[in-house]
Design a protein around this ligand. Structure first.
Ligand code: SAT
Ligand code: MN
Length: 589
């Protein structure tokens, strides 16, 4: 047959995978609107997707996953490197030979009666020296259409590869969507990903967590750069100065909201502007100027729908108004549009819920799944930064870590230096959310928000962070934030959303040495007077209380961190154990 590429490795990968899975036909995706249109039509015909109200939501479609297939499955996500030791204590590991054999057995013949789609895609701008090419083979049109939003799909990727170029191989086979045979396997030493028996986003859009984080973090360690679970945002000052922040939060902790925040009125009136470069993943390199430069390798947003509304994130909401795929939200049959918890109040009288059942506000269940998602093209976002399309990316002034913590962690604090900042990232813990299967609201360690996404030994990953700080002569300052402090009644104590600008403002002032801070046991904490509360009905006392560093609590936290660190053994960089000692000593003072 005539192939759209001369790359022998691509052809061999497709042929071998077809031999294994036995599809009825192979369709080479070219990224053209014409082809995508045909696929949408086909998916609507089979019921895989529903066409939404094209007047109100032009180009928008709806999809339901299987009921047992609604989130990432961390317990079924493996790093398959030769030595178990190299996957480290925070990853599930399987021997690569065993894993290949098992996956091949599961996928054998499973595309019979189906079509195999070959998706050539680029993470990052096609042809940029910072970008990388992947080929995903899948038997799901839903995956093709999502990949076409989330990544840069097209035959120009073959031009980049030439006859002989390397790429990340991804084989996705829905099989029977059997949760007992669901496996998301990464072979970092072979640039390969295999995903079987799932059709949910994070498990099957292989360019995202599988490639751009797990495989890329491994590549980054070897090649001297970083792949991080971070949003990237830009703040423009009234005088035109631009500053950039990258921020790591676990899934479903508000990265998309922070990346697209609209500053409070008085900031807007002065001419401040916040722009989004990315909402989930940052690839970071040392620039010639010794600064860290970040690009967003994605091309769209795979955002959590519930809670997104005109007030919490008007930019994200606007981004979903066209050419968007909604997954597991509810349908409003009155006008064939979508709905999710928090979109409008009160809820509509009658909906079809994410399971396809009749729903009314009295149903007593959620209409949309808590991890229901929108897949929206980045270009739809009204506050998308021009830098989104810059090959070099943006120079970072600050790196921010943050988890969901009801207690202990103050609203914001700054690390004393780079290595202390690495320590601060490494001790992140956060309450679990619906983005992964399992119980929610359980506090767990999630270093740098990378626990589910680091493709190698977490101890080596910490060492790589320390190393990057040495390579960068002018690295960003490192901070930690916590938007999720709660009072005795379980109410959030900080308004969050657009008001987080007040904290970003302090952070950036610290970066330009234009505001003082108090030195505490854990690092630099703002004086309450230095957080701008103009236009906000908020008491300084409450602010004081969420800035307070409780040494007794931090002392127990330090003991707990010591326990957590034990698993890394001698892979734990000395820089981190020293910082733990300092923390413990500071708490005893
Ligand atoms: O499901 S995804 O992994 O793509 C989103 C997330 O959990 O952050
Ligand atoms: Mn994420």
């Amino acid at each position: 047959m005539a192939y759209p590429t001369k790359n022998k490795k691509v052809i061999a990968f497709v042929e071998e995978s077809a031999k294994l899975t036995c599809p009825d036909q192979i369709v080479w995706i070219d990224g053209s609107e014409k082809q995508l249109k045909k696929l949408r039509k086909q998916a609507c015909k089979t019921g895989e997707m529903l066409k939404l109200n094209q007047k109100k939501l032009p180009g928008c479609y709806y999809h339901r996953t299987a009921e047992n297939d609604v989130a990432r499955v961390e317990a079924r996500t493996f790093i398959c490197c030769k030595e178990k030791e190299n996957a480290g204590p925070t990853n599930y590991w399987m021997d690569p030979q065993e894993a290949y054999k098992m996956c091949y057995e599961i996928a054998r013949g499973k595309m019979k009666g189906r079509t195999m789609y070959v998706i050539p895609y680029s993470m990052g701008i096609v042809g940029s020296p910072f970008s990388k090419i992947g080929i995903e083979l899948t038997d799901s049109i839903y995956v093709v259409l999502n990949m076409a939003i989330m990544t840069r799909v097209g035959t120009d990727c073959y031009d980049v590869l030439g006859e002989d170029g390397d790429f990340i191989k991804g084989l996705h086979c829905k099989c029977d969507v059997d949760p007992e045979k669901r496996y998301i396997m990464h072979f970092p030493e072979d640039d390969t990903i295999i995903s079987v028996n799932s059709a949910y986003g994070g498990n099957v859009l292989l360019g995202k967590k599988c490639f751009a984080l797990r495989i890329a973090s491994f590549l980054g360690k070897n090649e001297g750069w970083m792949a991080e679970h971070m949003l990237i945002l830009g703040v423009t000052y009234p005088d035109g100065t631009k500053k950039y922040i990258a921020a790591a939060f676990p899934s479903a902790c508000g990265k998309t909201n922070l990346a697209m925040l609209i500053p409070p009125k008085h900031y807007l009136e002065q001419g401040y502007k916040v722009e989004c470069v990315g909402d989930d993943i940052a690839w970071i390199r040392v620039g010639k100027d010794g600064r860290l430069w970040a690009v967003n390798p994605e091309n769209g947003f795979f955002g959590v729908a519930p809670g997104t509304n005109e007030k919490s994130n008007p930019n994200a909401l606007a981004a979903t108004k066209k050419n968007t795929i909604f997954t597991n939200v509810a349908i409003n049959p009155a006008d064939n549009t979508v709905w999710w918890e928090g979109l409008t109040k009160p809820a509509p009288e009658h909906l079809i819920d994410w399971l396809g059942k009749e729903w009314t506000p009295e149903s007593g269940v959620k209409a949309a799944h808590p991890n229901s998602r929108f897949t929206a093209p980045a270009v739809n976002c009204p506050c998308l930064s021009e830098a989104f399309n810059s090959k070099e990316g943006v120079p970072l002034d600050a790196i921010v870590f943050g988890g969901r913590r009801a207690t202990t962690t103050p609203l914001v604090y700054q690390s004393r230096d780079w290595n202390h900042g690495v320590f601060v990232g490494s001790i992140m813990s956060s309450e679990t959310t619906a983005a992964a299967t399992g119980a929610t609201g359980v506090l767990r360690h999630d270093p740098m928000a990378m626990k589910p996404f680091c493709g190698y030994h977490m101890g080596d990953y910490f060492a790589h962070w320390v190393e990057m700080g040495k390579k960068a002569s002018n690295p960003p300052k490192i901070f930690n934030v916590n938007w999720f402090r709660q009072d005795q009644n379980g109410e959030f104590m900080w308004p969050g959303f657009g008001d987080n600008m007040r904290v970003l403002d302090w952070i950036l002032k610290r970066c330009s040495d234009s505001v003082d801070a108090q030195e505490t046991a854990i690092g630099y904490v703002p004086y309450a007077k230095d957080i701008d509360l103009e236009g906000l009905d908020y008491s300084r006392d409450t602010l004081e209380s969420i800035l307070y560093v409780d040494k007794a609590r931090w002392s127990s936290e330090a003991d707990e961190i010591a326990e957590f660190y034990k698993q890394f053994g001698d892979k734990l960089p000395a820089e981190l154990s020293e910082n733990l000692k300092t923390l413990k000593a500071n708490c005893a003072k």
